[in-house]
Design a protein around this ligand. Sequence first.
Ligand SMILES: [Zn+2]
Length: 209
Amino acid sequence: MQVNVLLVDVLDATKFGSCRADIVTRVKALYEDCFAYANRTIKPPPNHTVSVSFVSQKPTPSDTDYVLYFLPAMFWSIITYKEIGTKQSNLLNDHWGYTTKSGSAGAGLGAAGSSKSEVICRSIDGSILGSLVFHEMLHAKTFKDNRTLHASGGLGAATVEGTTQLNNTNRQDTIGTLAKKVTQWTGGWEILHNAKRARDAGDPAWNLF
Ligand SMILES: [Zn+2]
Protein backbone atom coordinates (compact mmCIF):
# COMPACT_ATOMS: atom_id res chain seq x y z
CA MET A 1 0.00 0.00 0.00
CA GLN A 2 1.13 3.52 -0.79
CA VAL A 3 0.78 5.81 2.19
CA ASN A 4 1.14 9.54 1.56
CA VAL A 5 2.50 11.77 4.30
CA LEU A 6 1.06 15.20 3.49
CA LEU A 7 2.83 18.08 5.25
CA VAL A 8 0.96 21.39 5.53
CA ASP A 9 2.90 24.58 6.23
CA VAL A 10 0.76 27.50 5.10
CA LEU A 11 2.63 29.99 7.33
CA ASP A 12 6.07 28.94 6.02
CA ALA A 13 7.30 27.87 9.45
CA THR A 14 9.79 25.47 7.79
CA LYS A 15 10.56 27.46 4.66
CA PHE A 16 14.21 28.37 5.04
CA GLY A 17 17.47 26.84 3.91
CA SER A 18 17.30 23.09 3.46
CA CYS A 19 14.83 22.57 6.30
CA ARG A 20 11.98 21.20 4.18
CA ALA A 21 14.27 18.92 2.19
CA ASP A 22 15.84 17.70 5.44
CA ILE A 23 12.41 16.95 6.92
CA VAL A 24 11.42 14.90 3.86
CA THR A 25 14.77 13.07 3.86
CA ARG A 26 14.53 12.23 7.57
CA VAL A 27 10.94 10.96 7.44
CA LYS A 28 11.63 8.86 4.34
CA ALA A 29 14.77 7.37 5.90
CA LEU A 30 12.83 6.32 9.00
CA TYR A 31 10.22 4.54 6.90
CA GLU A 32 12.89 2.90 4.74
CA ASP A 33 14.44 1.55 7.93
CA CYS A 34 11.06 0.09 8.96
CA PHE A 35 10.57 -1.49 5.52
CA ALA A 36 14.05 -3.04 5.65
CA TYR A 37 13.16 -4.48 9.06
CA ALA A 38 9.93 -5.92 7.63
CA ASN A 39 11.83 -7.48 4.75
CA ARG A 40 14.16 -9.18 7.22
CA THR A 41 11.53 -10.40 9.65
CA ILE A 42 8.18 -10.91 7.90
CA LYS A 43 7.54 -13.54 5.19
CA PRO A 44 6.17 -12.37 2.89
CA PRO A 45 6.88 -8.75 3.82
CA PRO A 46 4.01 -6.25 3.47
CA ASN A 47 4.28 -4.28 0.26
CA HIS A 48 4.21 -0.75 1.69
CA THR A 49 5.64 2.44 0.27
CA VAL A 50 5.55 5.95 1.73
CA SER A 51 5.68 9.29 -0.07
CA VAL A 52 6.48 12.44 1.88
CA SER A 53 5.67 15.88 0.50
CA PHE A 54 4.73 19.44 1.38
CA VAL A 55 1.37 20.26 -0.15
CA SER A 56 0.58 23.56 -1.88
CA GLN A 57 -3.18 23.01 -1.92
CA LYS A 58 -5.69 21.80 0.65
CA PRO A 59 -4.93 18.11 1.10
CA THR A 60 -7.40 15.45 0.00
CA PRO A 61 -6.08 12.46 1.96
CA SER A 62 -7.33 8.92 1.76
CA ASP A 63 -8.06 7.22 5.10
CA THR A 64 -4.64 5.58 5.07
CA ASP A 65 -2.75 8.83 4.37
CA TYR A 66 -1.43 11.11 7.08
CA VAL A 67 -1.77 14.91 7.36
CA LEU A 68 0.41 16.99 9.68
CA TYR A 69 0.38 20.76 10.21
CA PHE A 70 3.56 22.72 10.93
CA LEU A 71 3.06 25.79 13.11
CA PRO A 72 5.36 28.75 13.78
CA ALA A 73 6.68 28.93 17.35
CA MET A 74 4.84 32.24 17.82
CA PHE A 75 1.43 30.75 17.27
CA TRP A 76 -1.16 28.62 19.01
CA SER A 77 -2.38 25.04 18.82
CA ILE A 78 -4.82 24.79 15.91
CA ILE A 79 -5.99 21.43 17.24
CA THR A 80 -6.95 22.91 20.60
CA TYR A 81 -8.63 25.80 18.78
CA LYS A 82 -10.64 23.40 16.63
CA GLU A 83 -11.63 21.12 19.50
CA ILE A 84 -12.39 23.54 22.35
CA GLY A 85 -12.33 26.97 20.70
CA THR A 86 -9.35 28.24 22.69
CA LYS A 87 -6.29 29.79 21.07
CA GLN A 88 -3.96 28.18 23.55
CA SER A 89 -0.43 29.44 23.29
CA ASN A 90 2.11 26.91 22.17
CA LEU A 91 4.87 28.87 23.88
CA LEU A 92 3.49 28.47 27.37
CA ASN A 93 3.80 24.73 27.48
CA ASP A 94 6.57 22.43 26.43
CA HIS A 95 5.02 20.36 23.68
CA TRP A 96 6.67 20.28 20.30
CA GLY A 97 4.15 17.98 18.72
CA TYR A 98 0.54 17.14 19.45
CA THR A 99 -1.87 14.52 18.17
CA THR A 100 -5.45 13.86 19.19
CA LYS A 101 -7.40 10.78 18.23
CA SER A 102 -11.02 9.79 18.35
CA GLY A 103 -13.25 7.01 17.19
CA SER A 104 -11.59 3.94 18.60
CA ALA A 105 -9.38 4.92 21.51
CA GLY A 106 -8.46 1.79 23.39
CA ALA A 107 -9.67 -0.41 20.57
CA GLY A 108 -6.12 -1.41 19.80
CA LEU A 109 -4.07 -1.73 16.67
CA GLY A 110 -5.98 -2.24 13.47
CA ALA A 111 -9.11 -0.42 14.55
CA ALA A 112 -10.21 2.59 12.55
CA GLY A 113 -10.45 6.12 13.90
CA SER A 114 -9.57 9.72 13.18
CA SER A 115 -6.72 11.98 14.18
CA LYS A 116 -5.31 15.51 14.05
CA SER A 117 -1.57 16.24 14.26
CA GLU A 118 0.59 19.35 14.53
CA VAL A 119 4.27 20.08 15.07
CA ILE A 120 5.54 23.38 16.42
CA CYS A 121 8.70 24.67 14.77
CA ARG A 122 10.79 25.45 17.81
CA SER A 123 13.87 24.28 15.93
CA ILE A 124 15.18 25.03 12.46
CA ASP A 125 16.75 21.57 12.27
CA GLY A 126 14.85 19.57 9.64
CA SER A 127 16.09 16.26 11.06
CA ILE A 128 14.55 17.05 14.45
CA LEU A 129 11.30 18.20 12.84
CA GLY A 130 11.30 15.02 10.72
CA SER A 131 11.69 12.91 13.85
CA LEU A 132 8.72 14.76 15.35
CA VAL A 133 6.60 14.03 12.26
CA PHE A 134 7.37 10.33 12.62
CA HIS A 135 6.63 10.43 16.37
CA GLU A 136 3.25 12.10 15.86
CA MET A 137 2.37 9.64 13.12
CA LEU A 138 3.10 6.83 15.58
CA HIS A 139 0.57 8.37 17.98
CA ALA A 140 -1.94 8.80 15.15
CA LYS A 141 -1.63 5.32 13.66
CA THR A 142 -1.14 3.21 16.80
CA PHE A 143 -3.63 5.16 18.98
CA LYS A 144 -1.08 4.80 21.76
CA ASP A 145 -1.37 7.59 24.32
CA ASN A 146 1.61 9.49 25.71
CA ARG A 147 2.22 7.08 28.57
CA THR A 148 2.23 3.99 26.37
CA LEU A 149 4.05 5.33 23.32
CA HIS A 150 6.68 7.26 25.26
CA ALA A 151 7.54 4.15 27.27
CA SER A 152 8.42 2.38 24.02
CA GLY A 153 11.57 4.50 23.60
CA GLY A 154 13.43 5.28 20.39
CA LEU A 155 11.30 7.45 18.10
CA GLY A 156 8.40 6.76 20.45
CA ALA A 157 10.16 8.46 23.39
CA ALA A 158 8.88 11.72 24.88
CA THR A 159 11.95 13.53 23.53
CA VAL A 160 13.32 12.81 20.06
CA GLU A 161 16.41 14.25 18.37
CA GLY A 162 17.43 14.43 14.74
CA THR A 163 19.66 11.40 15.19
CA THR A 164 17.40 9.29 17.43
CA GLN A 165 17.39 5.69 16.24
CA LEU A 166 14.39 3.46 15.71
CA ASN A 167 14.03 0.42 17.94
CA ASN A 168 12.21 -2.76 17.03
CA THR A 169 9.06 -1.74 18.90
CA ASN A 170 8.88 1.43 16.77
CA ARG A 171 9.43 -0.65 13.64
CA GLN A 172 6.77 -3.19 14.59
CA ASP A 173 4.33 -0.42 15.54
CA THR A 174 4.91 1.24 12.17
CA ILE A 175 4.65 -1.86 10.01
CA GLY A 176 1.66 -3.14 11.96
CA THR A 177 -0.38 0.06 11.63
CA LEU A 178 0.75 1.80 8.44
CA ALA A 179 -2.24 0.56 6.44
CA LYS A 180 -4.71 1.32 9.23
CA LYS A 181 -7.52 3.68 8.27
CA VAL A 182 -7.36 6.85 10.34
CA THR A 183 -9.48 9.67 8.94
CA GLN A 184 -7.48 12.87 8.65
CA TRP A 185 -8.51 16.40 9.60
CA THR A 186 -8.16 18.87 6.72
CA GLY A 187 -9.80 21.90 8.37
CA GLY A 188 -6.46 23.17 9.65
CA TRP A 189 -5.85 24.43 6.13
CA GLU A 190 -8.51 27.18 6.47
CA ILE A 191 -7.42 28.15 9.98
CA LEU A 192 -3.87 28.68 8.79
CA HIS A 193 -4.97 30.50 5.64
CA ASN A 194 -7.04 32.93 7.68
CA ALA A 195 -3.92 33.73 9.73
CA LYS A 196 -1.86 34.04 6.55
CA ARG A 197 -4.34 36.47 5.05
CA ALA A 198 -4.13 38.63 8.17
CA ARG A 199 -0.34 38.50 8.14
CA ASP A 200 -0.16 39.33 4.42
CA ALA A 201 -2.50 42.28 5.01
CA GLY A 202 -0.07 43.66 7.57
CA ASP A 203 -2.20 42.94 10.63
CA PRO A 204 0.29 43.03 13.52
CA ALA A 205 -2.04 40.83 15.55
CA TRP A 206 -2.11 38.00 12.99
CA ASN A 207 -0.67 35.45 15.41
CA LEU A 208 -2.06 36.70 18.72
CA PHE A 209 -4.15 34.54 20.92
ZN1 LIG B 1 4.35 11.83 22.08
